[in-house]
Design a protein around this ligand. Sequence first.
Ligand code: HEC
Ligand code: HEC
Ligand code: HEC
Ligand code: HEC
Ligand code: HEC
Ligand code: HEC
Ligand code: HEC
Ligand code: HEC
Ligand code: HEC
Ligand code: HEC
Ligand code: HEC
Ligand code: HEC
Ligand code: HEC
Ligand code: HEC
Length: 350
Amino acid sequence: MTAKREHITWTIIIIGILLCVLASGCTDRTQPVQEEGPPATQGRAYQQLQNAECVDCHAPQCDALANGRGMHAPLNCTFCHVQHGYLPDCRDCHPETHGATVHSCASCHPDPHAPVERINNSDLNSSRCRSCHVPQYEGIEESGGMHSAFECDHCHIQHGYLPPCSDCHGLVHGADALDCANCHDPHKPESIEFDDHDNSQCTRCHSSVIEQTFIREHTRHADIACDMCHPEHAVTMLCIDCHAGHNTRMSMRDCNNCHRIGHVPTDIMYSPDTLSVVCVDCHAEPFNTMFESDSEHRYIECVNCHPDHETILSCDEGGCHTLEPSHGTDGTGCVDCHGSAHNLDHTIAG
Ligand code: HEC
Ligand code: HEC
Ligand code: HEC
Ligand code: HEC
Ligand code: HEC
Ligand code: HEC
Ligand code: HEC
Ligand code: HEC
Ligand code: HEC
Ligand code: HEC
Ligand code: HEC
Ligand code: HEC
Ligand code: HEC
Ligand code: HEC
């Protein structure tokens, strides 16, 4: 880097000297401007004039050069204006600074004597910034949300100035979320980025969800970082991204049918229209027994007798069988004479 700078400096000095030589060659031929208001050379060559000797007639330029920060400040006027009245082209000394695609230097460097001062200019539009800041330009163009309505210089009122978000938004989330850039990219304010695996960032806004799920019932999901399942804000991965289903025919909709609460997957709650085939993987025995039996029960879905997982309705619950007390005992004693509910014994005689 330093080596490159030195190289550039030498190139510039050599170009400068060449220009001086060329220009002094010109001095001999024509000197139109000098006739109108030549500086008092007092016998010295024009090249030897100090900047202070131009100030009487060109005060604004002298001020700008002297006060302008940056590397033009220490240069002599005559280094660039090699002849009185000669106006150099920036490219004479900076032939390739930004590559071939950037032109009209004055639109970003409006003052040649203070070239690092404000590069903004009211006629600058965002495409001017693109050549050097592609990610920001494309970010705001493609997913800037409401920010895409702004030109860059609406926020960056001066080159390099970083506006605090709170200038326009205040503290939208209260005192807990201060470092806006922690979660928001200003050029894609809606696609919110969090630090990896830092659950505390989420707790600030979702504490009630966490209390109602992870804290209420601690399952192994509570030990996984939020962003493992929510890789982007408000985006949720599917169960099948991490787990095989209980059989290959199962789809994501099936998972939700039984595992309703992603944060407490051990709570099994299936809907009343669940078909018996989803039980078969874990309960092949009753499924097959019923399927092969010739009792009326085989036409009944499992969930009618087991409306919640691991519960068993007795025969007289759910409005199924209301019998005279003389017929038999209470609901549970029925199996004594009728066999299993999955495989009614038809051989009994009255
Ligand atoms: C006669 C030669 C010459 C001309 C013409 C010239 N410059 Fe420079 N410029 C220099 C030198 C020498 C430096 C010192 C930096 C270096 O070593 O590369 C410099 C530095 C700069 C810098 C860097 C300032 C900093 O502080 O980092 C900018 C920006 C710049 N010039 C812009 C321009 C623009 C824009 C123009 C046209 C309006 C221009 N220059 C015309 C010689 C010139
Ligand atoms: C780094 C090179 C450089 C230095 C040093 C420099 N100038 Fe310039 N000056 C320029 C350039 C480039 C222009 C604009 C050329 C154009 O507009 O095409 C310019 C323009 C001018 C103009 C025309 C009016 C204007 O502002 O555009 C005057 C007058 C002038 N300079 C005087 C001075 C004086 C006096 C000094 C010393 C105090 C000085 N310059 C130092 C590069 C320089
Ligand atoms: C006695 C007054 C006087 C002094 C001292 C003087 N100039 Fe000039 N300069 C003029 C006049 C008059 C013009 C032509 C009118 C104009 O364009 O402003 C001019 C024109 C210029 C221009 C071209 C301006 C343009 O717009 O084309 C430059 C560059 C310039 N001078 C640089 C210098 C530099 C550098 C010095 C010091 C070394 C200097 N002048 C000293 C009076 C002066
Ligand atoms: C679209 C705006 C824009 C245009 C047009 C532009 N520049 Fe720049 N230029 C910049 C910015 C912004 C910087 C400052 C980058 C930084 O902070 O280091 C810069 C920096 C520079 C530097 C200093 C580079 C360094 O490495 O320190 C030079 C020299 C320069 N410009 C010359 C030119 C010249 C010559 C032209 C015309 C051919 C030009 N610029 C056109 C925006 C522009
Ligand atoms: C110059 C003013 C300004 C600055 C600075 C600013 N914003 Fe905005 N932002 C707005 C305006 C105006 C809107 C439109 C919605 C509104 O009125 O609140 C907006 C909208 C948003 C939105 C909603 C996006 C959408 O499409 O719905 C978010 C999120 C946002 N800003 C975050 C930020 C963050 C974070 C920062 C700092 C990195 C920031 N803003 C800096 C002015 C600003
Ligand atoms: C709504 C206001 C707003 C707009 C519009 C905006 N920016 Fe920014 N930009 C910011 C804020 C705020 C930061 C500082 C973020 C921080 O503190 O890290 C920033 C940072 C940057 C940075 C520093 C690097 C980075 O990404 O943090 C660059 C470069 C930048 N902006 C370029 C641009 C460009 C180019 C455009 C136009 C295409 C633009 N910005 C439009 C608000 C804005
Ligand atoms: C010619 C190239 C160039 C152009 C054109 C340019 N910039 Fe830059 N910009 C730079 C460079 C180089 C830096 C310094 C980067 C750094 O410090 O990492 C910079 C820095 C910045 C920063 C501060 C980054 C930081 O991290 O602090 C902002 C903001 C910025 N530019 C915005 C803009 C905007 C807005 C425009 C258009 C109006 C623009 N730039 C045009 C080259 C350019
Ligand atoms: C810990 C992460 C985090 C921090 C820090 C943070 N935000 Fe947000 N912000 C979010 C999330 C997540 C949303 C999205 C909420 C939603 O979808 O409505 C959001 C939404 C917004 C919105 C849009 C709100 C709306 O009502 O449409 C704005 C504006 C905003 N943030 C600005 C800021 C500002 C300004 C700061 C800094 C003072 C900041 N944010 C700090 C995470 C954060
Ligand atoms: C194992 C995967 C997984 C992990 C880890 C996980 N979630 Fe979720 N989350 C889900 C699923 C699946 C849903 C959608 C189904 C639901 O509503 O339960 C969801 C829904 C949510 C919702 C919206 C539901 C509501 O009740 O408002 C929020 C907010 C949420 N998660 C935040 C978090 C936070 C914060 C963490 C970390 C503390 C976290 N999640 C960890 C899978 C996960
Ligand atoms: C990002 C990956 C991921 C996603 C998405 C995910 N899980 Fe998990 N799940 C895990 C990990 C890791 C474990 C712990 C397994 C272990 O320790 O062997 C786990 C454990 C479980 C357990 C056992 C819990 C316990 O405490 O015994 C169940 C049940 C479960 N997941 C169901 C689901 C369901 C249903 C979904 C969709 C709503 C889902 N998972 C989404 C990664 C995930
Ligand atoms: C018919 C209801 C039902 C459906 C549909 C269902 N599950 Fe389950 N799942 C259960 C039951 C019941 C358990 C508890 C088994 C145990 O305790 O051994 C369980 C346990 C799990 C476990 C933890 C034990 C293990 O096998 O590692 C994971 C992971 C799981 N299910 C993932 C899924 C996924 C993924 C889907 C969707 C493709 C799904 N489940 C569909 C009822 C179901
Ligand atoms: C007509 C009501 C009814 C239907 C339909 C039914 N069950 Fe049952 N199930 C019972 C009763 C009553 C018990 C208690 C023991 C018994 O009677 O065999 C039971 C017991 C069970 C048990 C406990 C262990 C065992 O095998 O005895 C499992 C597991 C079970 N059922 C699963 C299923 C599955 C799976 C289906 C669907 C394929 C199903 N049941 C259909 C009534 C039913
Ligand atoms: C992922 C496997 C899995 C699926 C799918 C599943 N179960 Fe279970 N089921 C179990 C496990 C494990 C038990 C715990 C008792 C055991 O060890 O048999 C159980 C227990 C039961 C019990 C209570 C058994 C008793 O002995 O008390 C019934 C009834 C039951 N399941 C019915 C169903 C029904 C109906 C379905 C379909 C809607 C179903 N199960 C789906 C794994 C599963
Ligand atoms: C002491 C033995 C015994 C007990 C206990 C018993 N049953 Fe029966 N049940 C019978 C006999 C015998 C029949 C007539 C044979 C047949 O129709 O298959 C019968 C017939 C039935 C029928 C067919 C009636 C009809 O209208 O066709 C139903 C339904 C029935 N029992 C339900 C139950 C229920 C529910 C219970 C428990 C509350 C129960 N039984 C307890 C012996 C018993």
